[in-house]
Write a protein that binds this ligand. Structure first.
Ligand code: ARG
Length: 249
């Protein structure tokens, strides 16, 4: 990494590429062992953050809403993802508002939770409503180390979420508490491993090895947990979920 756009990134202490690739491959194999179909996108020279596929767009009901990145370093990724969506037959909508895709937008049942504060502009939340015809709940992130929604909040199934309250402003904390009184409240030490940056298919959860407390709480709710070590990818500020973009037909 030659640039720094979040507090996790330290260009003076760069990621070990073979190690990052090995961890990413384990994630891929974990998905495949769970019977999940995984499509890949080709990497592009000079765009190292492209590995964090969650930011490449937002796909619901077969419609792909394109990303429009906050930082110029990642700007060119948007077209590569948009071309990929078109090649795979998704109906594409070009975003006019700044947004970082599924990094900041998470569907929970019929509603979409959407964040602003660091990366996506709040205007993109309105745009989401128009594009997908769904209710969008806007949340404000306040901690620079939890700059994307998917670093601070995990969707486990259509009703169950887990989150780190201190990552949100007071009003958003109240909205979340009202909407999800049974949410699993994450602890700082698990969130610090990006434990909330997880993938769930509603029954099976893939998450960071080191977030042991959170894993126990998730298991206690009846989910099966599969752990992967994403420590090298963490140096870029991403974990399991950041490396995953869900394609909802
Ligand atoms: N280095 C990337 C960035 O700062 C990490 C993105 C992580 N992705 C995510 N969905 N949280 O943009």
């Amino acid at each position: 990494m030659s640039y720094r756009i979040n507090p996790w990134m330290h260009p003076e202490n760069p990621t070990d590429t073979p190690k990052a690739l090995a961890q990413w491959t384990t994630l891929l194999e974990t998905y495949q062992q769970l019977g999940i179909t995984v499509h890949l996108i080709d990497p592009v020279e000079g765009l190292p953050d492209m590995v964090y596929a969650a930011n490449g767009g937002f796909v619901v009901d077969g419609i792909a809403y394109s990303a429009k990145f906050r930082h110029s370093e990642r700007g060119p990724e948007a077209d590569h993802y948009a071309n990929w969506f078109a090649d795979y037959g998704f109906a594409s909508v070009d975003a006019t508002e700044v947004n970082e895709g599924e990094g900041d937008f998470l569907p929970v049942g019929e509603i979409i939770l959407a964040a602003h504060g660091f990366r996506s502009d709040q205007g993109s939340h309105k745009e989401l409503e128009t594009v997908f015809g769904k209710e969008v709940v806007s949340l404000k992130l306040v901690r620079p180390d939890f700059y994307h929604l998917d670093t601070a909040l995990a969707v486990l199934d259509d009703e169950t979420i887990s989150y780190l309250p201190s990552a949100f402003d007071q009003q958003s904390q109240k909205v979340l508490a009202d909407l999800y009184p049974d949410a699993i409240i994450a602890e700082e030490k698990d969130a610090a491993w990006l434990g909330l940056n997880l993938f769930s298919n509603g029954a099976q959860v893939v998450m960071a090895t080191q977030a042991t407390g959170l894993a126990n709480s998730i298991r206690a709710r009846g989910f099966e947990v599969f752990r992967v070590d994403m420590s090298e990818l963490l140096l870029g500020g991403g974990g399991v979920k950041c490396c995953t973009l869900e394609l909802r037909p």
